[in-house]
Design a protein around this ligand. Structure first.
Ligand SMILES: [Fe+2]
Length: 377
């Protein structure tokens, strides 16, 4: 039985279960009654009226963030947020296993908000129903619709393109211009990539499915595998290294790694890897380059949801967007925010406007296709 308010009553086993939907969390109580069959609407109304009205507790001036992003990358934003709002941000960095941790903590989780890279990680948490929808004009204004969940469950905050790094010496400009061409026999034994099961490659294949359908996507994945120079291994930077060492001529990698290698003072050898390679923005199905997001969401069991929304909004505004561009070498989601000079130097490209939510939807199928074509074997 549903009462058309923010509250829900269920009669089960002669007990009333009362859920306070407004708070979407820990408020649950039950009241035993003699016989459920005798209970009428009037009684339900009476019970509702007799329940104490509890004013929502004021949120403390803090917000707890679980982050896949490195502290160095996000600290400057968060410090500025605290300076402007007085809200302290407590960060827990999770290299791996954020979903498992949230599941284990359940409603007792301290996390108000999650910050991740790649839609794969964000949608896994969304699919486990651990996030709550947010309605915000600021977010809707700043973030194009294809970079956020249609129901407001997650929001993209920066964009990275999954591109080709090609050998400056062995691949001529214009010689490869699309993802489709990766299956051309001319590239036999010349392509390098990390694991086909890594979230970045799963999302890329999911975009191919969304564009071309399952059968074509499977053919494509098998064709790329056929052209690999070696078993998939290492991270994206390791593929640039392989090009510099002559192991392969074309690699699949995310844009910001080119900038991270080019500017790497701690490991100058990475500058050599970058210097040996050039960024190519490939086209997919005539719709532009496959892009992914780093994004954020408010948790289902957030204890400081209003503060979390404030932080989410702050991350979509000019100050933080400029930092995504300059510190993380990503593409801002907000229109009009200038690119970092180094990133701009790779040239203009057409980012695909395929909804990231569609990419998310096809990820499980993409993972199965990678297995079917034995991409990693
Ligand atoms: Fe990455």
């Amino acid at each position: 039985m549903v009462i058309m308010t923010s509250q829900l009553i269920i009669i089960l086993n002669k007990k009333f279960w009362f859920f306070d939907m407004k708070k979407q969390r820990a408020r649950l109580m039950f009241l035993t009654v003699g016989a459920a069959s005798l209970v009428g609407t009037a009684l339900i109304a009476g019970i509702l009226a007799s329940l104490p009205t509890v004013a929502p507790a004021a949120e403390k001036n803090e917000v707890n963030l679980y982050s896949y992003r490195q502290p160095g990358l996000i600290k400057p934003f968060l410090d500025e947020f605290t300076k402007r709002t007085g809200i302290k941000v407590n960060v827990t960095v999770a290299e791996k296993g954020m979903l498992e941790r949230l599941k284990a903590e359940g409603r007792n989780t301290p996390a108000d908000m999650v910050l991740t890279t790649d839609i794969g990680r964000l949608s896994a948490i969304a699919d486990a129903e651990m996030l709550r929808p947010v309605k915000s004009e600021v977010l809707e204004r700043n973030i194009p619709a294809h970079y956020r969940d249609p129901k407001g469950v997650w929001f993209g905050l920066s964009v990275r393109a999954r591109v080709l790094f090609v050998s400056k010496d062995r691949v001529r400009p214009g010689e490869i211009t699309s993802y489709e061409q990766l299956t051309d026999p001319k590239w036999r034994g010349r392509i390098c990539t990390r694991s086909g099961k890594h979230v970045y490659n799963i999302s890329m294949l999911a975009a191919v499915i969304a564009e071309k359908g399952e059968a074509e996507a499977q053919k494509w994945a098998a064709g790329v595998r056929e052209n690999l120079a070696r078993k998939p291994q290492g991270n994206d930077r390791a593929q640039a290294k392989a090009i510099a060492e002559g192991v392969c001529d074309v690699a699949i990698a995310n844009t910001y790694y080119m900038a991270l290698m080019t500017t790497n003072k701690k490991s100058p050898e990475q500058q050599k890897w970058a210097a040996a390679t050039r960024v190519v923005f490939p086209d997919l199905n005539g719709h532009g380059t496959h892009v992914n997001i780093s994004g954020a969401a408010v948790t289902e069991h957030a204890k400081h949801p209003a503060n979390a929304v404030k932080l989410l909004e702050f991350l979509s505004e000019d100050f933080a967007q400029q930092m995504y561009a300059d510190q993380n070498f990503e593409y801002p989601v907000k229109a009009g925010v200038p690119l970092n000079d180094l990133v701009a130097s790779w040239g203009k490209f057409k980012p695909s406007t395929l909804e990231i939510s569609k990419v998310a939807k096809f990820r499980p199928l993409a993972s199965r296709i990678m297995d079917r074509v034995q991409f990693n074997k």
